[in-house]
Design a protein around this ligand. Structure first.
Ligand code: PGA
Length: 250
């Protein structure tokens, strides 16, 4: 399989200058020769500058958890894609379910944000996933397809070529309830097949990573699935030991 493999940490609203430094120093040391996956760290905006210094000679890449839909101007409190590029980010999360549900981000807004990332040549980690209610109603497939298609309609399928797709069932995020490897593989394969209907090469090459209560115990069985190309790790990325143990199973 020639697809890239990613292990992405999503720190969410956690960290401090001191804990970031301790965590990243441990990761950098332990991963100095690590080549099995590309490690990505999504940190809060205010710490991105700190990450750019701490990771200067490292293979670990860092990025943001959000970005403004606007290019520049009078948008108090917003951070532009150009600013992220300026500070050395290589990616941003896009459409995370916490943004969709807690901050009312809809498909249209997410597409605008994606356009800004593309203009700056930043990689998007585009998150999709169904709620528990939707899964129980048998709507998983239609929900995630709709989320993907809305982005494709706005930016074009080719623009997705640079992105990473993350399947994150909402019911599995931060809940300790991981999707089983079979459940996750089923959705990943379905998404890949759906993309293949529109662009076969892109579908074969795009990394589709899984997120939702990934930890050191379940990572291996998830990562062994043929359409799972890595993980987006929240809680277990905050401790060096658990994150490193996840990196080791690749
Ligand atoms: P979790 O978060 O690993 O804590 O479930 C994953 C995510 O929200 O990206």
């Amino acid at each position: 399989m020639s697809r890239p493999f990613y292990i992405a940490a999503n720190w969410k609203m956690h960290g401090s200058k001191e804990t970031n430094k301790t965590l990243l120093t441990k990761l950098k040391q332990a991963l100095v020769d690590y080549q099995k996956a590309q490690i990505l760290i999504a940190a809060p905006f205010v710490y991105l500058d700190q990450l750019s210094e701490l990771l200067v000679d490292s293979r670990l890449k860092f990025g943001a958890q959000n970005v403004s839909q606007f290019e520049q101007g009078a948008y108090t409190g917003e951070v532009s894609a150009a600013m992220l590029a300026d500070i050395g980010c290589s990616f941003a999360l896009l459409g995370h379910s916490e943004r969709r549900h807690l901050f009312a981000e809809n498909n249209q807004l997410i597409a605008e944000k994606c356009k800004q990332l593309l203009k700056q040549d930043l990689q998007a980690i585009f998150c999709v996933g169904e709620t528990l209610q939707q899964r129980e109603a048998g709507q998983t497939e239609s929900v995630v397809k709709q989320q993907v298609q809305a982005l494709i309609d706005a930016v074009g399928i080719k623009a997705l070529g640079k992105s990473i797709l993350a399947y994150e069932p909402v019911w599995a995020i931060g809940s300790g309830k991981t999707a089983s490897p079979e459940q996750a593989q089923e959705v990943h394969a379905m998404l890949r097949a759906y993309l293949a209907e529109q662009d076969q090469t892109l579908a074969e090459n795009i990394a589709i990573i899984y997120g939702g209560s990934v930890n050191e115990k379940n990572a291996q069985s998830l990562f062994e699935q043929k359409d799972i190309d890595g993980g987006l790790i929240g809680g277990a990325s905050l401790q060096a030991e658990s994150f490193l143990n996840i990196c080791k199973v690749v």
